[in-house]
Design a protein around this ligand. Structure first.
Ligand code: PXP
Length: 252
């Protein structure tokens, strides 16, 4: 089966801000990293403004909106505060994620099916403002159908569990999880949703996910910022881009 479109790479720069905030300094600057990512071939920049501002802060979003040429994908919780911020900045895309203060990262997908009326109302003004609204969900059929039902344009499938299973060498479970993600991508596409994927992706796991023909965008952060310590951010991103392109070419 041929790829349905060029696979975009969204680079998540949250953890540049994590390093900055660890010392309370002004450096390293997330915008500088984002511009470097642009130059290295990123098709978009992703940033998660968490409620506790533990990495990206409000002023980073302002700087990114003003300084970027590629689109910004703003990840955020479904709170009134975050909705107001998104409506003020009107980023290209808004990815809605679950957020509990105590978690280290976004651990599970958002429960769209269990929260349809509220999320329908939450999404509507964002759509009217011109933002592409993406729901960060697991591969569960109910969540995919509910995302289409509330008017989201995009679903981002949570690849974190698959990547964890691979890292732990649990290959049979990983293969089952990959298959479920594959079926989820096909279902979402058949319902008219644009399909993205993200969380936990590294050089070791990107090829299998990039080979899903329906997936249009991968959002990758933590691994790339870690890899940048050893080879520089530009080189780390170029290495990811090469693996994505090779996986796409192999399926053509
Ligand atoms: N996509 C979403 C919705 C996320 O919440 C995150 C983490 O902020 C990512 C992608 C990137 O995940 P990672 O940093 O593990 O590559």
């Amino acid at each position: 089966m041929r790829a349905l479109g060029r696979l975009r790479l969204g680079v998540n720069i949250d953890h540049v801000a994590t390093v900055r905030n660890a010392r309370g300094t002004a450096y390293p600057d997330p915008l500088r990293a984002a511009l470097l990512a642009e130059a290295a071939g990123a098709d978009g920049i992703t940033a998660h403004l968490r409620e506790d501002r533990r990495h990206i802060r409000d002023e980073d979003i302002t700087a990114l909106m003003q300084g970027l040429r590629v689109p910004l994908n703003l990840e955020m919780a479904t709170t009134p505060e975050m909705q107001a911020i998104a409506l003020r900045h009107k980023p290209h895309a808004v990815c809605l994620v679950p957020e509990r203060r105590e978690e280290r990262t976004t651990e599970g997908g958002i429960d769209v099916a269990g929260d349809i009326p509220r999320l329908t109302d939450f999404v509507a003004p964002l759509r009217e403002a011109g933002c592409r609204v993406s729901m960060f969900i697991g591969h569960d059929v109910r969540q995919i159908e509910a995302s289409a039902g509330i008017g989201a344009a995009v679903v981002e499938l949570h690849t974190g569990h698959y990547c964890d299973l691979m890292a732990e060498g649990r290959s049979a479970e990983a293969a089952r999880e990959l298959e479920a993600l594959r079926e989820g991508a096909a279902l979402a596409h058949s319902l008219g949703l644009e399909v993205h994927a993200g969380h936990g992706i590294s050089y070791d796991t990107v090829a299998e996910i990039a080979a899903f023909p329906q997936v249009m965008e991968l959002n990758i952060g933590h691994f790339l910022i870690g890899e940048a310590i050893f080879r520089g951010l530009g080189s780390a991103i170029e290495g990811m881009r090469r693996r994505m392109d090779a996986a796409r070419e192999a399926m053509a």
